[in-house]
Design a binder for this molecule. Structure first.
Ligand code: FES
Length: 607
């Protein structure tokens, strides 16, 4: 039996069969609900209103026509995703030579005669060698089935699109006439939360367009672990996750193609960077063993894949190249970031750090590189926190607390009434609550009498915004357990940094530059991060932001064959430090569970 479900306030209606859950029905209507449990009914994020009652969409089956109201809080709302900073080509090239991995070459062949009767293909390959010094270019059947008519259409003038992939070059297109169109490439960043795409003009290396959106896989779990578990449940699930990421990527590509009056055949190469799980899922490779000891990826160095094998909206004979990974929790996104930041080409010691659910970091210089990933937990992304949210409209991103009366001034993304607090806001709040004496150095609330402090079910909370001031009619609070979660997260990141330093017997003063990457990085207030003991207390001018370095690295590999050739050696050069075994991580972690640290001498400008 079929029923009609109307979703408000969107006023969208879908027809579904009896038994479909409301989360799937909403999805069908194009409305995505929040979820971090993959629909297991445990996270409580997918709440919707049915006949005035709040129900979990994932656990409510359709059994009649229904009208559902979706509150703002439960929506995975669209927001601007960090696609890239205004990186110009020089900035991206970072000293590498401009030498793109795709070229379009205009050739004028001599016409055949009875005396000069070599085949069309040999004629083309000979000319390619003569004019452009290209030897032994490969070509697939699909690209020469029509070579006869193509050569003759414009009197033996043709344009050849040639892809250079390290040890081989391949002709991926032959067009009649001398084409003026540049070759195009796609740089793709496959994030657990967001997907970002840059369309690159490979004649000059510039970004022609950039677009980003949510990774729709998020409906099956917020973090990589829940997606690995979901993928492992059945072959269908694995396929579903792969289709979601490919469809989202294609949607972004098609939108850009349309806008610039291009066709999919104009794109010959895509370079993609993602964490190891995202890379596995993109290729449809089972990620099962990534989460089981001894944490082995199915593959780290990946051969180029034909676009037709993944059904990407580009020249089907073109190539998709994934950045190599280092280990289960240090992926191609980190290798890509390390390459574009040039950490492997400096004498000085650099710390490169990407803080998300995992804090992934690389320490080193031209001679050596160490890398590790610590599970920071999702709190910096606003998850697992009472009123946590991502950095989108309505998120508190900065606060000022008056130590006298504990009143608060908020900065909110989009200048709207607040509905929650994002990562940078949480770091700020933690620093300011500590300074104002609301909490002590262990994160415990001090016993204060104030209208902004209350105890709910035995747990103290600090009220950032009363319900009359908020955008969702609810109080926005930071509770003692939120504080403890944040302290655990920051402790893990700092302990990761210290463990790497211990491994190479260096100290914080030896770090010349700290490069912060990632969406979160762009909004991070360094002083707050140091004050809570998340980042080392070294001169602030040593800190730099790099934006979406994973996407930038993908861009770099498209426009420099030399840089592209470095990706695999760079991944292989990184020594992976497994924090769960035989090193100082646990001791470091325990010492870091204070604000800023048990050892105050490590934070001289804070203490
Ligand atoms: Fe419904 Fe988590 S409770 S998705």
């Amino acid at each position: 039996m079929e029923f009609k479900i109307r979703f408000m306030p969107d006023d969208k209606e879908v027809t579904v069969i009896q038994g479909t859950n409301l989360k799937d029905a909403a999805n069908l209507a194009g409305i995505q609900l929040k979820s971090s449990c993959g629909g297991a009914g445990t996270c409580g994020k997918c709440k919707v209103e049915l006949a005035g009652k709040s129900v979990l969409a994932c656990k409510t089956a359709v059994n009649q026509d229904m009208e559902i109201t979706i509150p703002l809080d439960s929506r995975l709302s669209e927001h601007k995703v960090l696609v890239d900073n205004q990186s110009d080509v020089k900035d991206v090239l970072a000293g590498y030579q401009f030498n793109p991995i795709v070229r379009k070459l205009n050739l004028t062949l001599t016409e055949p005669t009875l005396e000069d009767n070599t085949s069309d293909l040999s004629r083309l390959l000979t000319q390619l060698r003569k004019e452009f010094n290209v030897d032994n270019a490969k070509i697939n059947l699909a690209n020469f089935v029509n070579i006869g008519p193509i050569l003759r259409e414009k009197n033996y003038q043709v344009t050849v699109t040639l892809v250079h992939l390290g040890d081989f070059s391949e002709i991926v297109d032959i067009e009649a006439g001398h084409s003026e169109k540049p070759p195009y490439g796609i740089a793709l960043d496959i994030g657990t939360t967001t997907i970002a795409v840059n369309l690159i003009d490979l004649n000059n290396g510039n970004i022609l367009d950039r677009l980003g959106t949510y990774n729709t896989q998020a409906q099956y779990g917020d973090d990589v672990i829940s997606r690995i578990i979901y993928a492992d449940e059945s072959a269908d699930n694995l396929k579903k996750l792969q289709e979601l990421v490919i469809n989202t990527t294609n949607k972004l590509i098609r939108e850009m193609l349309k806008k610039h009056s291009l066709i999919s055949k104009d794109i010959s190469v895509m370079i993609a960077a993602g964490n190891t799980t995202m890379t596995h899922l993109f290729l449809g490779v089972s990620p099962k063993y990534l989460r089981l000891e001894p944490y082995i990826p199915a593959v780290t160095t990946l051969p180029p894949v034909k676009a037709k094998d993944l059904k990407i909206a580009m020249n089907s004979e073109g190539y998709i190249i994934m950045y190599p990974s280092v280990a289960s929790y240090v992926g191609g996104d980190i290798v890509s970031g390390a390459l574009v930041t040039g950490i492997d080409r400096q004498e000085n010691i650099t710390l490169f750090i990407d803080i998300g659910t995992n804090g992934e970091m690389v320490l080193g210089n031209q001679d050596w590189l160490v890398t590790c990933a610590c599970s920071a937990g999702p709190s910096f992304e606003g998850r697992g926190i009472s009123n946590g949210m991502r950095a989108m409209s309505g998120a508190i991103e900065k606060v000022e607390i008056n130590p006298e009366n504990l009143d608060i001034k908020l900065s909110v993304v989009g200048n709207v009434p607040p509905i929650g607090i994002c990562g940078s806001g949480l770091i700020d709040v933690l620093a300011k609550m500590n300074k104002a004496g609301i909490i002590n150095r262990t994160g415990k609330f001090n016993d204060l009498q104030n209208k902004r402090i209350r105890v709910v079910e035995g747990e103290p909370q600090y009220i950032l915004a009363f319900k009359e001031e908020s955008g969702n009619g609810k109080d926005i609070v930071v509770s003692e357990s939120d504080v403890k979660n944040l302290i655990r997260s920051k402790g893990a990141v700092y302990a990761g940094i210290r463990s790497m330093l211990d491994m190479v017997q260096l100290s914080e003063e030896d770090i010349e530059t700290v490069i912060i990457a990632g969406g979160f990085g762009n909004y991070l207030h360094i002083n707050d991060a140091i004050e809570i003991g998340l980042l080392p207390d070294i001169p602030r001018e040593k800190y730099k932001f790099v934006g979406n370095s994973s996407l930038k690295g993908a861009h770099l590999a498209l426009i420099s064959q030399e840089a592209f050739a470095q990706a695999t050696p760079l991944a292989e050069k990184m020594t992976y430090l497994e924090l769960s075994v035989g090193n100082s991580f646990f001791d470091q972690y325990v010492s870091a569970l204070f604000l800023p640290h048990t050892d105050l001498s490590l934070f001289p400008t804070v203490a």
